[in-house]
Design a protein around this ligand. Structure first.
Ligand code: 9MR
Length: 387
């Protein structure tokens, strides 16, 4: 079903980009809410949908002073009802040495979120990337039991520390390879040190990781999460089969997250709603967990073109609308802001402008398109489900 609010969102967009071929540095301030409050994403979100952003506690939130917040902190508090620690809960940050945990960055996120009545999405417990050197070195010789012991201690310690305060956890992140990897779409039993040690039965390890997390934090909703997982494709087919297998085995799996890292270099897969619906039909929550839309900007081009700005907004909005259209979609998170804070320019030379705020914290047309879609979805009262 097509979301009825799409045309309204595009109407807002049309106005926003009509001003010129290239984008103004900062778009106009958001319109005032009818009750005199500033209209914000979190205020307009339906009651059963969190609108979130990634934030890097260690970099951007330590030393937070409520009497003297940075511009970044002000926007993070104002606009978002949920925060995902961009790096602070990853192994390399939180568990830098064997038996040594460093909670400083994660605690900074939790403290900020508490101060602003925000939810926190935990990220992440089982991943092939951003593991500390000691894990990489030790894993060469791990038996499966040794890998399990290390992982279990980590999961119980990290999830346990924040038990009751994290509404969703990306338990397993990017555990499937892509089409284009050697061997095609299959579990990452080479790149992921834990799955590698337990390559004989990686699904058992994945299931137990969810079980450990659930034991120490029974309230948290536990997710699988991946990129290139928006539409119906070979990777999401593999996730769908895995989800069925885990559920049949009684594993406390509660959700499927599509990261939503898009680029204007590629087309947009419109099957995201259909994909979400099939996971929802398994009884799972779904979420867009890391949305951003990269814009290719050739050398010498001064910012995105008007057409790129329109597409950047449309794709953010299309992901949000797919989420709004599926009652089981519980959160929509953008992967940080503004562009100066984004991971994109470091990793994709020639691509930029991926986030929804300009570097001086002006909301881009993508922000206005999202706000319009949320506004139409009735603030505070979800029209989507009876939950
Ligand atoms: O945004 C994160 C960046 O700061 C880190 O350097 C990077 C390390 O791999 O991870 C980025 O976040 C990733 C997320 O944790 C998982 N999905 C892909 C994200 C972008 O790489």
């Amino acid at each position: 079903m097509r979301h009825p609010f799409r045309s309204l969102a595009l109407g807002v967009l049309g106005t926003a980009v009509a001003a010129g071929a290239l984008v103004p540095a900062a778009s106009a301030a958001p319109p005032e809410h009818s009750h005199g409050h500033q209209d914000t994403l979190r205020r307009q979100a339906p009651r059963d949908l969190e609108i979130g952003s990634a934030a890097w506690g260690q970099r951007d939130l330590t030393g937070y002073d409520k009497h003297d917040p940075t511009d970044y902190q002000r926007v993070l508090a104002r606009e978002f009802g949920s925060i995902t620690p961009e790096n602070d809960m990853k192994w390399a940050e939180i568990h830098p040495e064997p038996g040594v945990y460093d909670f400083s960055g994660a605690d900074a996120v939790m403290d900020f979120a508490r101060a602003h009545h925000q939810e926190v999405r935990g990220h992440t417990l089982l991943w092939h990337s951003q593991n500390p050197q000691w894990v990489i070195d030790a894993s060469d010789d791990w038996t499966c039991q040794e890998a399990r012991d290390v992982l279990e201690d980590h999961v119980r310690t990290v999830v346990g520390r924040y038990a009751g305060e994290i509404y969703e956890w990306d338990v397993a992140n990017e555990i499937f390879q892509d089409d284009w990897d050697t061997g095609g779409v299959r579990l990452r039993t080479e790149a992921n040190p834990f799955l590698k040690a337990c390559a004989e039965d990686p699904v058992a390890l994945i299931g137990d990781t969810f079980r450990w997390a659930h034991e120490v934090d029974p309230k948290a909703r536990l997710f699988l999460n991946d990129y290139n997982a928006e539409g119906v494709n070979t990777k999401t087919d593999a996730y769908y089969a895995l989800a069925q297998e885990l559920l049949a085995d009684g594993v406390p799996l509660h959700g499927f997250g599509a990261q939503g890292h898009l680029s204007l270099m590629y087309g947009f897969d419109t099957s995201i709603q259909a994909n979400f619906e099939r996971f929802a039909a398994l009884g799972l929550d779904v979420a867009v967990t890391e949305a951003d839309v990269r814009v290719p900007i050739p050398d010498g081009q001064d910012g995105p073109t008007a057409e790129q700005v329109t597409l950047h907004a449309e794709r953010h909005d299309a992901m949000l609308e797919a989420c709004l259209a599926v009652p089981s979609c519980t959160s929509f998170t953008v992967w940080g802001f503004p562009d100066a804070n984004s991971w994109v320019p470091d990793v994709f030379p020639g691509e930029d402008w991926a986030t929804i705020f300009t570097d001086d914290f002006g909301p881009k047309p993508a922000y206005h398109a999202m706000l319009a879609s949320l506004r139409e979805a009735t603030p505070g009262v979800s029209p989507r489900s009876g939950r």
